[in-house]
Ligand binder design. Structure first.
Ligand code: ATP
Ligand code: MG
Length: 371
């Protein structure tokens, strides 16, 4: 049901309403059948136990009669027997509740058992002259084939690194490793010359400001969406809004920063959402800014103003910018060209134009040429 509600537009656009109704029907039927079966079983325990109890009572009387026992003894037996069987009945009810509980507990335990802390271990340090260094990094999500292989590049503090490459080439994966959402399999990632695996997580992550590929906005004011419960200064928020060019449209909103967004920012355009997310990433004055395809819905002029703003307002911040458009990375100090998990080119635009075939191809295609 949740999938159907959140995906309603896709379902309607692809005319899949009937298919979804059938799918929902099938799932619903199965649930009904399962519930029917369990309820039937549960309902059966009570009469069954009562039957055993009554048969037992009959048995006691029969044996009493057979042994021609005294009335007092038979009555005493009957009361003991009833007491014991009633207790047994209670246990059988507990058993039903227990077996249901165990099934749920197993699932809950699987979630609780997952270790959320990433181990902090001593690791050899890297070169402190560089803000970010990827050293021969390889990584695999499923432990089988590598999603990254032998990726190396270095970035100095305050520099901008642009990452470009086709879909699925490993750009987001680089960010996942940089922010230590996953651990590398081979090589190492260094931030400020320290292996990210040797730094405590909380303080480490707070140095980043990040806008991810499909980030979310909450149903609250524009200000709260940017601040995101960090209690930031008004000045920092305004600076971030100016730099991300979000001021253009916020001024037009009723109440400005106090305008209330709909859930998931549904009352904003794609580009407006992206600018808010960039403002959120910047508002904390991050040491390292990470933007994952965050300017893809911006027009070229706004994108250019954003880049200028970043240089002007946040000169000390190291910028890690993933983009599909050459224009978004061409002025970066270092461009990393990703192709199928490998860094096939590392250098400036001019260097890459000279010696990186893949980069030249991307440039040609984006300027309207054919392959
Ligand atoms: N959570 C995950 N589990 C398993 N495999 C994943 C996961 N995330 C990404 N992958 C795989 O890793 C590879 C690299 O993915 P990645 O997200 O880094 O690509 P990308 O360059 O960011 O692409 P895009 O431009 O489409 O965002 C892809 O082949 C993808 O299928
Ligand atoms: Mg990506």
């Amino acid at each position: 049901m949740q999938e159907n509600i959140s995906g309603v537009r896709v379902i309607k656009a692809l005319s899949k309403t009937e298919y979804e109704v059938k799918k929902f029907g099938a799932v619903n039927d199965k649930l009904t059948a399962d519930e029917y079966k369990t309820n039937k079983l549960t309902a059966l325990t009570n009469p069954l136990a009562t039957l055993i109890l009554s048969l037992g009572l009959v048995g006691v009387i029969a044996v009493g009669a057979y042994l021609s026992a005294e009335a007092g003894t038979v009555v005493a037996f009957l009361s003991f027997f009833t007491l014991i069987l009633n207790a047994m009945l209670g246990i059988s009810k507990i058993f039903v509740t227990l077996s249901r509980g165990v099934a749920s507990a197993e699932r809950i335990e699987r979630v609780l058992e997952t270790d959320e802390r990433m181990e902090v271990t001593d690791r050899p340090a890297g070169n402190p002259d560089y803000k970010i260094e990827f050293k021969d990094v390889s990584f695999s999500y499923n432990g089988k084939e590598n999603n990254l292989e032998g990726v190396s590049f270095k970035v100095k503090a305050g520099q901008t690194v642009g990452v470009i490459g086709g879909t699925g080439s490993g750009k987001t994966t680089l960010i996942n490793l940089l922010m230590r959402f996953y651990d590398v399999e081979g090589g190492a990632v260094f931030v400020d010359g320290k292996d990210v695996r040797s730094v405590e997580g909380g303080a480490f992550r707070s140095r980043f400001g990040a806008a991810f590929q499909s980030d979310f906005l909450i149903a609250s004011t524009v200000r709260e969406n940017i601040d995101y419960f960090r209690g930031l200064d008004e000045e920092d928020i305004l600076k971030a809004v100016r730099c991300s060019c979000a001021d253009d449209f916020i001024e037009g909103l009723e109440g400005g920063l106090d305008f209330v967004l709909a859930q998931k920012g549904a009352n904003l355009s794609g580009g407006q959402k992206q600018r808010l997310l960039i403002a959120r990433a910047l508002a904390g004055n991050p040491d390292i800014l990470v933007l994952d395809d965050s300017s893809s819905a911006l027009d070229y002029a706004t994108d250019a103003r954003l880049r200028k703003g970043l240089k002007e307002y946040y000169p000390d911040c190291t910028k890690f910018i993933v983009a599909q458009r050459v224009s978004a990375v061409r002025h970066a100090d270092i461009i990393v060209v990703m192709d199928d998990g490998r860094a096939v080119g590392v250098g400036t635009h001019e260097q890459l134009m000279e010696n990186c075939e893949e980069y030249r191809q991307i440039c040609t295609v984006q300027s309207g040429g054919d392959l």
